[in-house]
Design a protein around this ligand. Structure first.
Ligand code: GAL
Length: 828
């Protein structure tokens, strides 16, 4: 099946001094057809709140050239008075314009040309050559417009204009980003073609011997004559042909049809978390033996159910969902998607033992789902953070009536072939969960979901499904005079989705005897990486209400990184996991959150601008609790001790250890034992409270007296040198690929200086650029898009992006009084 390999090389995309020509020229008769080409490069951008109308764009309007995906808000300065509010990360929205000039090959006149946006935040409106194509208020949904009727073909230019209106703020509880922040594609097909998102592949019966694969295909004939069509659908495993089906139909002019066919895959290789095996179905439409259109669908073969008593069963095996919630931003890169940046996040999470992602609280970038398919994650694909009732003044609730049906249907059609998706969530903490309107809306949404995909259960994150006797929560139940959340009790949902309320998990079967459990959102622990109040149980408290000042917290808005601070509705990381792990019927959980994200800081006040919830900070550096999960969720041998070992002489310090595969840990301070500890009961860490003495702290974990692992931390001297470490030192010269480079501040002996917060300056030589800097500090107001940044707890991140030429990039980090560091990144 070597022909398939040609797929990606076939189209020529010519760039002529700022003009893009996309064409389907030079097609070989037998070649496979690549319908989609990237339309990301060579856009012009203009940001101006006062330029509200397309017709007021004048020759004097100043434009900046850039490639999308692009997020203009990440380029803004943090602003205490930003209309986006603290929730929005104190970064402004605004009104932006994008335009691009392009040519279309003359021979495409007979074709259908469409433009696809994977997501534009928000209120996008699009014109091609002055023709208005439409508006999409929802910033997270992908959409497509056919543009062929308005195009000039051959030598004449075309112009596309996109207006993006994110000026009305606030419209989000977290940082949204602004602009064409996902990929853009041009799709060219014959008038006879498989429709966009036009296939639906399910595997209704899966055994070790064979799998039934059901393939639905929507075909459209826009020719003015009838077409006799042969539909050849071939299933491949990598490059090996597995099976194929053939159908024949005749389509009358300007008509479409939905075809259904069943194929059989013998000895199927199942998709699982450990081995996320994928298949590809290639649908070819042939007329007179000539391939007219080709459409590829990636899918997986797996069998699953949520069982009331046994939880989540995948391919006959019980699997605990160890998931995290993720917002869509990529830290210092903002909301502009980059596949490598998403992949890195997933790699870091996988390393910790995460096997599930909840796309809170909206449709994700398609690339995230592709990666989850390939890497093996159990995805909860979520649609909405609000229905009709708004949560912020200008949010999507205002667009609900007109758009929710289409947005949900589009999300389902776009996403339903992804084997990694196992649940649809129709909403997060929807205010209407408490009233009859909510039940009606839920029924309507459920009907849409079940029409488009019957293979996955439906849930919603409810806060909480059942009364848990916490003041504000109880009030909701009392107001309604109910003990069960009306939405949870409505019978509309297939899974009862718990947001928090871990105290009620063990009573699930009593409260909901017929509906399986999923913890849609848990924990909400709060931590600043590398910062500790030395005695862990005298930590500063989180205020009881969002709208209260952080008066009981640290005045510098740091939150100690021992796992002891949480929101009142949440729990420590350990507390929720202990319950989930105990009972089979508790299918699993999605912790709030895997990574810190921009916005929704807690303390919810200036100067904090990004969240503290992450198990991993905004830069991608793990906080200590990462290793608690790793010790529980993976087979790796874990022994992690913290905090750092730089304190005042005699100061009392709590030393914690997370470990596994051992029955005790002994701690030594400067060679002297300070005691052995073993986890008691369901405990997940051990602790020593000892007076500080400079030197070396060493932990040894043992099983049956035999050493399993050893860990040492040392008191660092003064910061003396910088050390750069790239996650990948060879990257692709494709203008997209990234190298994430960690900068450590070390003392003269190479020990991390844990309190160092030097300002670091970066410079790069070669064909590439610095696209982000970040320390993970939630109170930092330094721009993520700069070339200098202040370290947090001895660490900083700099992100280098390749240009389009292969060669050598030389990155140097300098800081006053410290020895500089240089590394080379190769681009090829
Ligand atoms: C939840 C909500 C999340 C986030 C979190 C913070 O109630 O669903 O979006 O706000 O609280 O704890």
């Amino acid at each position: 099946m070597n022909k398939r390999k040609k797929l990606n090389s076939k189209f020529s995309l010519l760039t002529l001094v700022g003009i893009i020509l996309f064409c389907s020229c030079n097609k070989k008769e037998d070649a496979f057809i690549n319908r989609k080409i990237s339309f990301n490069s060579g856009w012009s951008f203009h940001l101006n709140d006062s330029l509200v109308d397309k017709d007021t764009i004048s020759p004097a309007t100043k434009w900046r050239t850039l490639d999308v995906p692009h997020d203009w808000s990440i380029e803004e300065k943090f602003d205490e008075k930003s209309p986006a509010g603290y929730g929005g990360g104190s970064l402004n929205g605004g009104l932006g314009w994008y335009k691009k000039t392009f040519k279309v090959a003359a021979e495409d006149t007979t074709k259908i040309t469409s433009i696809t946006f994977d997501g534009v935040y928000r209120n996008s409106e699009v014109w091609v050559n002055g023709h208005y194509l439409g508006k999409r208020p929802n910033g997270y949904i992908g959409f497509q417009y056919e543009i062929s009727p308005y195009l000039n073909y051959g030598d004449k230019n075309n112009e596309i204009i996109v207006k993006v209106d994110n000026s009305k703020q606030p419209n989000s509880r977290w940082y949204s980003g602004s602009g064409i922040f996902r990929n853009v594609w041009i799709e060219t097909t014959d008038k006879l073609h498989v429709e966009n998102w036009g296939t639906y592949i399910t595997t209704p019966k899966v055994t070790a011997e064979n799998a039934k694969v059901n393939i639905e295909t929507r075909i459209q004939n826009d020719h003015s004559e009838s077409k006799k069509i042969k539909i050849l659908t071939t299933i491949y495993k990598e490059d090996t042909k597995v099976t194929s089906t053939t159908q024949y139909i005749t389509l009358t002019p300007k008509s479409g049809t939905l075809l259904n066919v069943e194929a059989e895959v013998k000895s199927p290789i199942l998709w699982s978390i450990e081995n996320p095996e994928l298949y590809t179905a290639v649908t070819e439409l042939l007329v007179d033996d000539k391939i007219i259109d080709e459409y590829k669908t990636t899918f997986g073969i797996r069998d699953f159910k949520f069982d009331l008593n046994k939880g989540f069963i995948l391919n006959g095996k019980q699997v605990k969902i160890k998931g995290v919630c993720m917002h869509h931003d990529l830290g210092p890169l903002g909301a502009a998607i980059n596949t490598r940046a998403i992949e890195r996040q997933l790699e870091i999470l996988k390393e910790m033992g995460v096997n599930g992602i909840r796309t809170s609280h909206n449709p994700p970038a398609p690339e995230l789902l592709d990666l989850c398919d390939k890497m093996g994650f159990i995805v909860m694909d979520e649609a909405f953070d609000m229905w009709k009732q708004t949560k912020t003044k200008y949010d999507y609730g205002n667009d609900w009536d007109k758009w929710h049906r289409q947005d949900l249907a589009d999300q389902l059609r776009r996403d339903r072939n992804h084997p990694s998706i196992f649940m649809w969530s129709i909403g997060n903490e929807i205010p209407e969960q408490w009233n009859e309107t909510g039940i009606e809306i839920a029924k309507e949404l459920a009907a849409i979901v079940r029409l488009i995909d019957k293979t996955r259960p439906l849930t919603a994150g409810m806060n909480p499904p059942v009364n848990m006797n916490i003041d504000e929560v109880t009030l909701q139940f009392e107001k309604k005079n109910v003990s069960i959340n009306p939405l949870a009790g409505s019978g509309v949902l297939d899974l009862i989705g718990y947001n928090y309320a871990h105290q009620t998990f063990e009573h699930h079967l009593k409260n909901f005897p017929n509906t399986p459990f999923i913890a849609t959102e848990t924990t909400s622990g709060l931590q600043t990486r590398g910062y500790y109040d030395a005695v862990s149980d005298t930590i500063k408290k989180w205020p009881v209400r969002w709208d209260l000042k952080f008066t009981e917290g640290n005045p510098d808005n740091t939150v100690s990184a021992y796992d002891q601070v949480q929101t009142p509705w949440g729990s420590t990381h350990e507390a929720t996991w202990k319950i989930i792990k105990k009972h089979d019927f508790l299918a699993g959980m999605y912790v709030w959150t895997g990574f810190d994200y921009i916005g929704e800081p807690t303390p919810y006040e200036w100067p904090s601008v990004s969240s503290y919830f992450g198990i991993v900070d905004l830069a991608g550096f793990p906080k200590d609790v990462y290793y608690m999960y790793q010790s529980e969720w993976t087979d790796k041998t874990v022994l992690h001790i913290f905090p750092h070992w730089n304190w005042k002489a005699g100061q009392t310090v709590d030393v914690w250890a997370y470990y596994n595969k051992a029955d005790e840990v002994e701690l030594f301070l400067n060679g002297k034992s300070v005691g052995k500890r073993s986890k008691k009961g369901d405990g997940l860490h051990v602790m020593w409270r000892i007076p500080f003495e400079a030197g070396t702290l060493k932990a040894v974990s043992r099983k049956n007296g035999k050493t399993v692992s050893e860990k040492e931390i040392k008191t660092a001297g003064n910061p003396s040198q910088l050390k750069l470490m790239a996650d990948r030192s060879t990257i692709k010269a494709d203008k997209n690929d990234l190298s994430f480079v960690t900068v450590d501040i070390l003392d003269a002996n190479g020990t991390l200086a844990p309190n160092a917060n030097n300002e670091i300056n970066f410079s790069l030589k070669g064909n590439g650029k610095i696209v982000g800097v970040c320390s993970g500090d939630p109170v930092s107001h330094e721009p993520y898009k700069g070339t200098k940044h202040t370290a947090l707890a001895g660490k900083c991140l700099v992100i280098v992006q390749a240009g389009d030429k292969s060669g050598r990039l030389e990155l140097t980090a300098k800081a006053n009084g410290l020895k500089q560091s240089t590394i080379v990144i190769t681009t090829e």
